[in-house]
Design a protein around this ligand. Structure first.
Ligand code: 5AD
Ligand code: SF4
Length: 471
């Protein structure tokens, strides 16, 4: 069995190797590994569904698979490097077993297109994020030794009618994709090129998927999109329209026991209506991921983010006015083109003033084809990028610890997701603010994953709240 890989650049902290187990023997088996963002993870579930429809079954063990897929991420160079290393391992597997088909899916497939097949001969199939419906045809072509590439981007594809096969999940929390693509054109970002133009999935199919999940016993859905705030659906007659606030409202009404989360918001697009909708519904989680990227207005302009540092801080203030207990997390890039020490100090300052509960922090990595790569020199030297990133991480670590310490002595409603990673004698769950709580099972034998329970926070680390049963 091949070792599973931990990608340090994964976005959501979830396990990466995903697959459903083929129950029937005799079916050809697929294995999927996902890198990158939650959207990729969710796309792998669509791919699994398409494969199962065409008669394949899943396996968690690549060495038992007839088909190996790797769903890839292009966001930073290191993410691409990790995938390349992994593909080299799969090529070794293919040498031992020439009938094995290896396919590359997702953002790197889109970015590198047929180059994979022609120059590198690393893989048998190359399938971009909007072309998964063509997988059965492409598989047939690859098996006949023909070229199997489809990297066409679409203006319509949302896979709305495909019921995802829930891979590697806990049966409690699920991702629901609500839109695809991105029209923002942040200058550092490869996503508009790999995932194409923005399009929204019909509201009715999203709400129906939430309903089905609730009926199956799921307790939490995360509505996913590159920029959820620009969700907009209009029916064919142009009559009924649904924006993100209205969609949130509809999803919140599915079942009071179904928690709703969403990701990712763009600070320029999150509306007052969204905040008010969150405030009205206790089952919409008190948590917003609001990427800052930089705290310098000059750098934000270079990044094409269309807000200033003041505007960002005003948004954070407004969120806390409307929902004083709302958790806020962020994404921050260190060492973007032209960034001076003063710009960097501005980033540390906005972080301090916004006191984020958590952040994902990165060194700038130039991506070919992006606006920044065309317009600006990648002129902050690696040592300086590294040092600035370390300062950002150190500050965030202090703030995360302070944020957790402030919760000691408080009581939260926690959704139990499963056993704690470290101990089967402890449960792990999350509160509405998306903080992880770990607490002993002892004392309440009837509690089970999927239950909402009351927990006192008695201590913490920088990453976790430690608790005990309350009442
Ligand atoms: N270099 C570094 N970080 C990047 N991100 C996106 N593109 C790049 C890049 N070229 C970060 C942003 C984004 C998160 C998903 O990844 O912070 O919000
Ligand atoms: Fe990576 Fe972005 Fe593609 Fe997600 S959308 S897989 S983060 S490049």
């Amino acid at each position: 069995m091949l070792p599973t890989v931990k990608d340090p650049y994964q976005y959501n902290g979830e396990p990466l190797a995903v697959a459903s187990e083929a129950l029937q023997t005799g079916r050809r088996r697929y294995y999927i590994e996902s890198y990158g963002c939650q959207m990729n993870f969710s796309d792998s579930e669509i791919v699994a569904s398409i494969l199962e429809e065409s008669g394949y079954g899943g396996t968690r063990d690549a060495s038992l698979a007839d088909l190996v897929f790797i769903n890839t991420c292009s966001i930073r160079e290191k993410a691409e490097q990790t995938v390349r290393n992994r593909l080299t391992e799969f090529r070794r597997l293919k040498k031992e077993r020439p009938s094995l088909m290896v396919g590359v899916l997702g953002c790197m497939a889109e970015r590198l297109k047929a180059k994979w097949l022609e120059e590198e001969q690393l893989v048998d199939l190359v399938v971009g994020p909007d072309a998964y419906r063509s997988l059965p045809t492409l598989l047939a072509a690859a098996e006949d030794g023909r070229k199997a590439v489809n990297v066409l981007l679409s203006r319509e594809e949302t896979y709305a009618d495909i019921a995802p096969v829930r891979l590697g999940g806990n049966g409690i929390t699920a991702f629901v994709s609500i839109m695809r693509g991105c029209n923002n054109m942040c200058s550092f970002c490869v996503v508009p090129f790999t995932r194409g133009r923005e399009r929204s999935r019909p509201a009715a199919s999203i709400v129906e998927e939430c309903r089905t999940l609730a009926r199956q016993g799921y307790r939490e859905v995360t509505l996913l999109g590159q920029n959820v705030d620009s969700y907009y659906w209009q029916d064919a007659q142009g009559g009924l329209t649904v924006d993100f606030a209205a969609l949130l409202e509809q999803c919140a009404q599915v079942d009071p026991l179904l928690r709703i989360r969403f990701s990712t918001s763009h600070p320029k697009d999150i509306t007052e209506e969204v905040l008010q909708t969150m405030a009205r519904h206790p089952n919409i989680c008190r948590y917003i991921h609001l990427p800052l990227q930089s705290g310098s207005t000059r750098i934000l302009q270079g990044m094409n983010r269309s807000y200033t540092r003041e505007w960002y801080m005003a948004k954070v203030r407004r969120i806390r006015e409307v929902m004083p207990d709302c958790g806020i997390s962020s994404d921050i890039i260190a060492g973007f083109c032209m960034e001076t020490e003063e710009d960097h100090a501005d980033t540390l300052d906005v972080m301090t003033q916004s006191h984020f509960d958590f952040s994902y922090m990165f060194m700038y990595s130039e991506r070919p084809g992006t606006l920044a790569a065309k317009r600006y020199a990648d002129d902050v030297v690696p040592e300086v990028k590294q040092r600035r990133l370390e300062e950002i991480v150190a500050l965030q670590n202090r703030m995360s610890l302070a944020s957790n310490q402030a919760d000691v002595g408080r009581r939260f409603t926690v959704l139990i997701e499963g056993d704690s990673k470290r101990s089967q004698a402890h449960w792990m769950g999350r509160n509405s603010q998306n903080k992880v709580l770990v607490f002993p099972k002892a004392g309440k034998t009837e509690a089970a994953p999927g239950d909402y329970v009351e927990v006192w926070v008695t201590g913490c680390t920088q990453a976790t709240l430690l608790g005990e049963w309350a009442g």
